[in-house]
Write a protein that binds this ligand. Sequence first.
Ligand code: KIV
Ligand code: ZN
Length: 405
Amino acid sequence: MTDTAKPTSPESAKGTSSKDRVLIFDTTLRDGEQCPGATMTLDEKLAVAELLDAMGVDIIEAGFPIASNGDFEAVAEIARRSKRAVIAGLARAIPADIARAGEAVRQAPRGRIHTFVSTSPIHLAHQMRKTEDEVVEIIARTVAQARDLVEDVEWSAMDATRTPIDYLCRCVETAIRAGATTINLPDTVGYATPSEYRAMFEAVRERVPDSDKAIFSVHCHDDLGLAIANSLAGVEGGARQVECTVNGIGERAGNAALEEIVMAIRTRADVLPYATGIETQMLTRASKLVSHATNFPVQFNKAIVGRNAFSHESGIHQDGMLKHAETYEIMTPESVGVAKTSLVMGKHSGRAAFRTKLTELGLTLADNQFQDVFDRFKALADRKKHVYDEDIEALVDENLATSRD
Ligand code: KIV
Ligand code: ZN
């Protein structure tokens, strides 16, 4: 699926088809890399950024330039090499951070400064030790500073979902007045429910003057396993940018997974009138690359890119799959870059799948031989976790040897 026109304003986010274009903002190299143990080398970051750019990611958040010289260099080099994507650098609402982020993205054909500040009472009281008025003043000053450096400025209200709506609207209004072109309302601690998250976007977009001058963005963490549901709800509430990471890596329980949001939008096009510009056949490659670069394994049952996502072991499912792929698969493996569905041979497998496996292995058996080999296979599968092709070939040899005796 491709819809490569790149919207640069809320109006062009409408797209040319009846589907609204949803921008994919990948933060694997920033929020993803922030989780314990996921640090990547410069070369690994460059390889990930190159693949994300080729895959059609609209905005790549390449790092947090003030965090270290290494992070600055990575963002600057990714900015220099970028072809299609906007390259973003993160900055706290601190003048030195913003200046450093501006310098890092300067050489990108399209650079963005992404600046953020906390807005919730708990963060204001305990982390920032600032009053609401002081934070509003900081937003006005820092967004304007960023806007003096680049055309494309994203402002995020950290912990937006635990911020009273009146104050959140005041902050958003201030950021838009100061020149923010994207407004991100993150569920920083993964606390919101889908209906709450959607309602927050609807309320802010309705109440803030000139809200249509900015693109609204979702950024969801997965502490309650709701990151994808919340992201979709935010889009239904009017957001047109989704922030996500490959394999869902990120702080604590992670961020919304890029591959999941993209395939949900593609697979449920019947009820979700949106489109992304992602080449979905590259999703599995991206997952493997990020897993390799971060040393984070992908859980076997991970949606879309897990090893079992297109594998079937139970006899009933295998039988259905042999009759029609749509019986137990809602998307094709090819659509996400997996060569084919696999029917895994195990104790739950049935005759139909076993016969197909024998044919794939080039083994043709008479009916009486088949029954014997099938019985041997079932007995073996009860004893052994994985039954490999070699095991099945050995069972056939055993059958032949016994029938010769
Ligand atoms: O989760 C969060 O609030 C963030 C911000 C920096 C956008 O990652
Ligand atoms: Zn985050």
